[in-house]
Every structure is written in C-alpha cells, then in structure tokens.
Ligand binder design. Structure first.
Ligand code: SF4
Length: 281
C-alpha cells in the first residue's frame, strides 16, 4: 500500500517543549518527580517518561513536599499552582506559551470587567485551567446551540481552546457577533492546530483512506479523525501499530496518515512501516 504521511503529523512545539523540560528535569536527578496528570495524552510516551523515573500525580495532594512537579502543556488553574506551592513542590512549568497567552487574556479581560465566553470541550484540562483564570462571569460553550443558551452581562469577549476546530469556532464567533455586537474576539487557536487541520482536509481528499494515530483521550487527535470523516473515506483511529487492523483497509491503494500533537514520531513510524509493508491490492 502507498502511504502519504502528513507533514504536520506528530509533536507540536508545546508538546516537544514539555517533553524536553520533563526529560531535562529527570536527567538532572530531581527526585521524586511527578507530572500533574499525564504529560501528554499518549500511553507510549507516558511509558517512556516512567522509564526515566517520572510518575503521575492526579492531584496536588499526591505530590510529596519538596518533590519536583511538571505542569503540563495544558496549564492549570491558579488555585492548583498555589496548592503545589503551599506543599513546597519544585514547579517546572511546561504550560504551552499559546495556552499561557490565553490564560493572560482571560485574566486581563476579567479584571477589566468583561464576561468571558470560552469555546471548547468543557472537560478538557486546558479549559478547566482557562476557566480558573476568569475572575468574573464565565461560560464554556462547544457549539452554536450552547451559545444560544448563554446569558452573560456585557461587555463580552470570546476565546477558544487552542486545539479547537477552526470552522466550528468561526461559526460560533459569527453567531456571537450577531447576538452580542461589540464582542471582543480572540483568535487563540494555535497555528500548529490550524496547519494540522488544514492539511488533513486536503490529504483526505487525495487518498483512498486515512489512518489517524494518537491517544483515544487526545482531543486534537479525535478532531483530526472527525475532520477526515467529512471526506466520506474510511478513517481508522489507532493508538499504535499493534492496533492497526489491515483488513479494515482492504482494497486501499493510497492511505493518508496523520497524527495528533502528542503522538511520538516512533509510534507514527511503526504505523507507516506496517502500512507500507502491506500488499497493494
Ligand atoms: S497544540 Fe498548540 S497550544 Fe497545544 S501544546 Fe501544541 S503548540 Fe501548544
């Protein structure tokens, strides 16, 4: 089978930076060392970090006093940071600079008296962190319908999760501008996400099927699979080459491969090799 690998597949800047900061801390001998939640939504990468002595704490209370703790690229609520500081943790802040910029905008807008509409997945860690930076009225919406059910006092601003779908955000912003004239709009979807989403739209038109590689809990990976499905072609989402069932791609001559921002290059490489080694129809 012929394989076309997306140029944008794999680690983004924020994930690469967080991984490098974690490995540097581990190799400096800082122990015990934790990440607050899995550093990235990828089991293979988490196992690689465990092998370096990095454990996962789900809550600040699980971090022993004096331990090192890495804040992941999604960022955290200010209360979480304060809880870590009060335990005497040595904080390594790997919050992605794009997420930090959104946190600052929300804090500034709130401090200036604006209500904040955050567009994203309510249960995602980045969103919980962003909500925590609001000091006044705030609402999380994921669709135009949810926006319609939102009532917040003016003035208003609207901002998106950094990995949200560009097209859905565009539709929500258009409706927000109609309902709330004068609303301040922030373009907060990161360029890495935009490039990846644009590429999968083009790629899925050219190929006979798409394989998306990435964690089942990775929001940006799920979004890529969702975008690829718009092409009407078969789409297979796997976490690793071991999961890849080639029979699902029977008859496919050219397969496109993309991967989420938290998928390690070695995992992508194994999937590409398995596809490339399979018989062409
Ligand atoms: S997807 Fe974008 S915002 Fe999220 S960690 Fe990567 S670079 Fe940062």
């Amino acid at each position: 089978m012929k394989v076309e690998l997306a140029r944008t597949a794999g680690f983004c800047m924020g994930v690469t930076r967080a991984m490098e900061m974690a490995l540097e801390a581990a190799r400096s001998g800082l122990r015990p060392l934790y990440t607050l939640g899995p550093l990235i939504h990828n089991r293979q990468a988490v196992s690689a970090l465990e092998a370096e002595g990095i454990r996962i704490a789900e809550d600040p209370e699980e971090v022993p006093p004096g331990a090192g703790v890495i804040i992941r690229a999604h960022g955290v609520r200010p209360e979480v940071r304060r809880a870590l500081e009060s335990r005497g943790a040595r904080i390594i802040d790997a919050t992605c600079p794009h997420v930090l910029a959104s946190q600052r905008r929300i804090a500034e807008q709130s401090a200036a008296g604006a209500s904040v509409i955050i567009v994203g997945d309510r249960d995602h860690a980045e969103i919980r962190g962003l909500v925590g930076h609001a000091r006044g009225p705030v609402a999380v919406v994921g669709s135009v319908d949810e926006l319609a059910a939102t009532a917040l006092p003016p003035p208003l601003c609207i901002i998106a999760q950094t990995t949200f779908s560009e097209s859905t955000y565009g539709a929500i912003v258009a409706e927000a501008r109609r309902r709330f004239p004068g609303i301040t709009v922030f373009e907060s979807i990161c360029s890495s996400t935009e490039d990846r989403q644009r590429e999968i739209r083009d790629l899925s038109e050219r190929v006979n099927a798409v394989v998306v590689v990435g964690g089942r809990h990775s929001a940006n990976t799920l979004r890529l699979a969702e975008l690829a499905r718009f092409s009407g072609k078969p789409v297979v989402h796997v976490e690793s080459a071991a999961e890849l069932d080639l029979s699902a791609l029977a008859g496919v001559r050219l397969v496109g491969v993309t991967a989420g921002a938290s998928t390690p290059s070695w995992v992508i490489g194994e999937v590409v090799d398995k596809l490339a080694a399979s018989e062409a129809p």
